[in-house]
Design a protein around this ligand. Sequence first.
Ligand code: 5GP
Ligand code: ZN
Length: 123
Amino acid sequence: MDNCLFCKIAEKTIPSTAVYEDDELYAFKDIHPHAPVHLLVIPKKHFSTLSDCTPDDAPLLGKMLALAPRLAGEFGCAVSYDDQGQPVAGFKTVINSGPDGGQEVYHLHMHVIGGAHPWRNER
Ligand code: 5GP
Ligand code: ZN
């Protein structure tokens, strides 16, 4: 896709800090992190938004989602359990879609956000 920032990042025309890559997916550090861990997972195939995906894309979307806990583990924020069996640590996975969804870059991407975070005390 011409003129797409994240296509160029996936093609390495624009530099980024890679954290994962395979034939279908690329993951890299967000340039303006909202938390100590803030990664973006993108499909190499261009989709402008989640709304452009179809049921045929479910395996690819599932693969993106399944990558999140693996990356969270590598970056020290996977959910684990303490001696009482209570969950500790953790991360958010977010896909913003369209203007009302707060999407700024129109190449489908999933945020993986973890570490110390501002929303922890909101509950
Ligand atoms: P959105 O609001 O579209 O869900 O999020 C877009 C994200 O892409 C933002 O968190 C923003 O910081 C990140 N971003 C925008 N431009 C770049 C860039 O050139 N490189 C990297 N690594 N991240 C970017
Ligand atoms: Zn693109």
